[in-house]
Design a protein around this ligand. Structure first.
Ligand SMILES: Cc1cc2nc3c(=O)[nH]c(=O)nc-3n(C[C@H](O)[C@H](O)[C@H](O)COP(=O)(O)OP(=O)(O)OC[C@H]3O[C@@H](n4cnc5c(N)ncnc54)[C@H](O)[C@@H]3O)c2cc1C
Length: 435
């Protein structure tokens, strides 16, 4: 009989991460204070915070620890949002108290430090380095947006420094960009190693983690909640859904509030000493302003890990491989023809307003999702915020407003729509590159 387990994709991260702590599927009925669905950065951080506060906590994960985006991402710890703080403040004007905008901005700016503090506090072995993040302009269409992002985030306290052609080329080893910024707080982790380290910390704090445990129903029960898996049930006073791009139908409308977009990662073979010396010599992470982003970094074992959007689903197809190879040689002509040892994909949760969302769909039920591809640091923060809410902290004092769930218009057509938009955007990027 075919295995029913959900395996991690064959990624560089899976090949090089320290062993996961031993966990088993749920095989009995249990009762807890808080049940968390999803063992990614968000769910695991929430579990640590709750267990440390004395709560009886369990995490229920359909795959293995870090099976979702947390074990598949680029590992870039990038502490800047998708829009300038002023735009966020305008979005929220009249909807939420004006104090949210500043708290949220401060929280985003502090998110990378928060992650690296977590790594240090729990002594997580995950190749963590805070060497800075370079964001570079790919073409003139991005100038205006880049400028307002730079001005807006700098004025709000983010530690950004403009870099011009020569310095940018020296720091990156590519001549493909002429202007950018360095965010000194940015950095990098081996993401699956980080997720597994969070899981160890959660278990040490007293949380239980059940893997290969897909929750199929969630219903109100006796003033609390009942979650059912194939081989056991959980009674919980409160529930946190930390399911992000893998959100299913457990909570009415939640799946329709995000669009899952596929992102692809590819790890090259080990760079030669000469390539290693020229490419990102200061070990920065790098992302550009393309409409269909290119983002990359070097790993501890001296490979280039290069990412962009995926067009053929989470299992990358031939055309994805081709696009990634094309992207690598466009940015680094010296790597033209380099071998790709691993290629894999995963789901990003995109929201309509490009902001992460926190909801309380019913009493005792919390969820936080939608980091829009910049969630390594932010989902670590979201987990803490959700834990604080479950512990009774006033929703008026946290960094994100608790909002009602809103469906994307025409959500059922998202697959076709997203693909068409990606193709159009890539066409514009390519036209600009040729120009
Ligand atoms: C390829 C890729 C590259 C990325 N690169 C970066 C990057 O470089 N920098 C950055 O900041 N962000 C990046 N991101 C985004 C980042 O990875 C995510 O924002 C973050 O990992 C989300 O964490 P999470 O815990 O919220 O969700 P996830 O890690 O996706 O975890 C959700 C979990 O919920 C589980 N689940 C869902 N439904 C159920 C159910 N019914 N029962 C039990 N379990 C369930 C899933 O199995 C899954 O493991 C990238 C994402 C991808 C996919």
């Amino acid at each position: 009989m075919a295995s029913m387990t959900k395996q991690l994709p064959d990624s560089l991260w899976a090949a090089t991460a320290p062993q996961a702590p031993v966990t088993v599927p749920l095989a009995e009925n249990i009762a807890v204070d808080v049940a968390i669905v999803g063992a990614g950065f968000n769910g695991l951080r929430a579990a640590i915070c709750l267990a440390e506060a004395g709560k009886k906590v369990c995490v229920l994960e359909a795959g293995d620890i870090g099976w979702g985006a947390s074990g598949r991402n680029g590992g870039q710890v990038n502490p800047i949002g998708h829009e300038p703080p002023k735009t966020v403040a305008q979005r929220w004007q009249g909807l939420h108290d004006s104090s949210y905008a500043k708290r949220f901005t401060d929280c985003v700016i502090g998110s990378a430090d928060e992650l690296f503090d977590v790594v240090e506090r729990y002594n997580i072995d995950c190749d963590a380095e805070q060497n800075g993040w370079i964001r570079a302009i790919h073409g003139s269409s991005a100038n205006k947006d880049f400028e307002s992002m730079f001005q807006g985030w700098s004025a709000s306290g983010a530690d950004l420094r403009l870099i011009e052609r020569d310095e940018l080329q020296a720091l990156s080893g590519t001549t493909g960009y002429s202007r950018g910024w360095v965010s000194s707080k940015g950095g990098s982790v081996q993401p699956l190693a980080y997720a597994r380290g969070l899981a160890v910390a959660a278990i040490n704090a007293g949380a239980q983690i059940f893997t290969q445990t897909s929750i199929s129903t969630l219903v109100m029960h006796d003033g609390g909640w009942k979650l059912a898996a194939r081989s056991g049930e959980v009674l919980a006073e409160q529930v946190i859904l930390a399911t992000n791009g893998y959100t299913d139908g457990l909570c009415d409308g939640l799946q329709q509030s995000i669009v899952p977009i596929v992102s692809i990662q590819a790890a090259t073979e080990t760079l030669t000493a000469e390539q290693d010396a020229r490419i990102l010599p200061g070990r920065h992470t790098f992302a550009d302003t393309r409409r269909v982003i290119y983002y990359f970094k070097k790993t501890a074992d001296k490979r280039l890990v290069f990412g962009s959007a995926g067009f053929s689903g989470e299992q990358p197809g031939v055309s994805d491989m081709h696009r990634i190879q094309q992207g690598i040689s466009r940015v680094y002509p010296m790597l033209n023809g380099i071998g790709i040892d691993y290629i894999w994909g995963g789901r990003i949760a995109v929201t309509q307003d490009h902001l992460p969302h926190i909801h309380q769909p019913a009493p005792g039920l919390w969820t936080g999702l939608g980091c829009n591809g910049r969630g390594v640091a932010m989902s670590t923060v979201l987990g803490r915020l959700l834990a604080e809410l479950a512990l009774g902290k006033s929703r008026d004092s946290i960094a994100l407003p608790v909002t009602s769930i809103k469906a994307f218009p025409f959500h059922r057509f998202h697959r076709i729509g997203a693909k068409a938009v990606l193709r159009w955007r890539e066409h514009l990027d390519n036209r600009e590159s040729r120009g």
